[in-house]
Ligand binder design. Structure first.
Ligand code: FES
Length: 158
């Protein structure tokens, strides 16, 4: 359906309704997350559905979803309509799974780091933080990190 001028919002209107700075609106457009049309005077005008897209962007930032990954999410949405409940359900379910995986990863890191509290050995062989899963032990005997440096390679840190 063609959009009338009433359906289109200026940068300032979008910013005010979304509660963000006009520069953020332009930035999101530069990143390809929202799009506008131009007036005869070359001013940007946005369809109303960008407000929902910006809502998703704001949520993504809150949950630490990189904008590059958000672009992938938006690429799966129809370009010329607002994201609907079904879209948001799918996106939020995916993000929930990601947050859950990140939480488990942080718990594992926390447990590893807890072993270092009060230790201070900084042992490249026995410390689980410096040698996770005994990676150096699986590579065989000898000074793995020092050998890599002598060979001109970047010493491995994990
Ligand atoms: S510093 Fe000793 S176990 Fe990590």
């Amino acid at each position: 359906m063609p959009q009338t001028p009433v359906d289109l919002l200026s940068v300032g209107e979008v910013a005010r309704r979304a509660g963000i700075a006009p520069s953020a609106v332009r930035f999101y457009e530069d990143q390809g997350l929202i799009s506008s049309v131009r007036t005869a005077g070359n001013q940007r005008r946005y369809p109303r559905y960008v407000l929902r897209r910006i809502g998703i962007i704001v949520a993504a930032r809150r949950f630490g979803i990189p904008l590059a990954e958000l672009a992938d999410v938006f690429a799966e949405l129809p370009a010329e309509r607002m994201p609907n409940k079904s879209d948001w359900r799918r996106i939020s379910r995916d993000w929930h799974a990601r947050l859950e995986a990140r939480r488990r990863q942080l718990e594992n890191l926390e447990a590893e780091l807890a072993g270092c509290i009060g230790c201070g050995c900084l042992s490249l062989r026995t410390c689980r933080v410096l040698n996770p899963d005994d990676m150096l032990g699986r590579e065989g005997a000898g000074a793995r990190r020092l050998r890599a440096e002598a060979d001109g390679d970047e010493p491995r840190t994990a």
